[in-house]
Design a protein around this ligand. Sequence first.
Ligand SMILES: [Fe+2]
Length: 466
Amino acid sequence: MSKSKTDQESKIEKTSSKGKREMTWYEDPNLRNLYVKSASNAMKGYHLPITTPKTVFTGTNSLTDFTIHLGAFLDEDEKRVLIIVDKDLRKMGERVADFIKEKRDIESRIFDEVLPEVPKSKINKAIDICKEFDPKVFIAVGGGSAIDMSKLILLYYEKPEINVNQMMPPSYLGLRKKVYILAAIPTTSGTGAEGSFNAMIYDDTRKPPVKVAVALYEFCPDFVVLHPDFVKTMPKWLTMGTGMDALAHATGAYVLIGSSPFTDSMNITGIELILQYLPRAVARGDDMEAREKMQLAAYLAGIGFINTSAAGVEHALGHSFGAVFHVHHGITVGLFLAPSVAYQAKVTDRFIKLAEVYAIELSDKPRHDVITEIAHMSREEALRTFFKNLFKFMNMVGAPKSISELDMPQIDKADYEANLGLLAEQAFNDTCALYSSRPFTLENIRRIYEIAWDNDIEKLIKLFKT
Ligand SMILES: [Fe+2]
């Protein structure tokens, strides 16, 4: 074998000789390149599906509205629901079970073995329940893990023969033959899983086991219930962490090449709501207006990012960092938001709109004064303004602005530097790196990680210039 071949190319040869591909499409350099090209403006005119749930029920009557719909939709002999929930949130699952029984005489079973990284073995256990109970509706009650798991149970229940490693980016398999409705009741305001068509699975059939991102349009839930009661007990740190995740979804996706007028409207409104209401939701958990607005903001950001890409560049960097240093996902992606925008700002002006929106929401000045001020700034000044306001906001909600500020856990600088090569390689191979407006190189990813240590504004500006 030629020495010039990369490890990945060798891996492809090895697996293709067995007659099947044992890696995902985004681990295959040829398919990655093809996919990046499909994000071009020319392809957008040809192929740009927009996928969203059918109905989002909001407010304190949302569970009633949804239950009325279920009662009308299901025939008498089809009134069976599988509720998928974390063990810790079982009471919330029971509340839904009791409610649909009382209001429309709908039977349910609760599957409460949701885990953060969905392993295939647990999915099989849920499928056994499905074979015996024959549910016609899945209701996921929980954060991203429960909702992702409900998507994967649906996939493997209806298509047991599927090999997720051989699935190309969003496609159709003809799901909903056995289970007619997939619904989500989120208990956090951040992941956007309730409106997205991707799911993460821990594929323990591969050696070594890997976390695989699966994208399928039919994963998008049909109905979403945004009831504020289901998020009001979120503790302060989780409110902040998940809120930062939503902010990263909307802000990070806005600067990607895959963005469109549709996703812009979702992402910008999401950002505006988060900047207004996250500080209130963090300060007072019982501020129900703030809770409701954050539910909507996270949903909008979810729709906004998934219809742009698998998520922004900050997610590629954050996934890798989080896997090595075990930091909460939302906090992690927040750490890489500024350098990700700085890196792409060299080749796109989209950050100028972000500078305007952040300045409007975080300043006391009249809206039109801020717009005029930003319009007269140089690109560099506008970018500085964006960084200052982003960091001001992170301070307001108590989010660490850089890796050196992290306290849960504290990261040792020497340990961080020793891992830069691994971090960069993992981020480079992440599906979220594909839609960067400015193509990635391993060397540049390493530079971004170096700057993220303290996120010094002068270093961020240098990243933008070079
Ligand atoms: Fe995220």
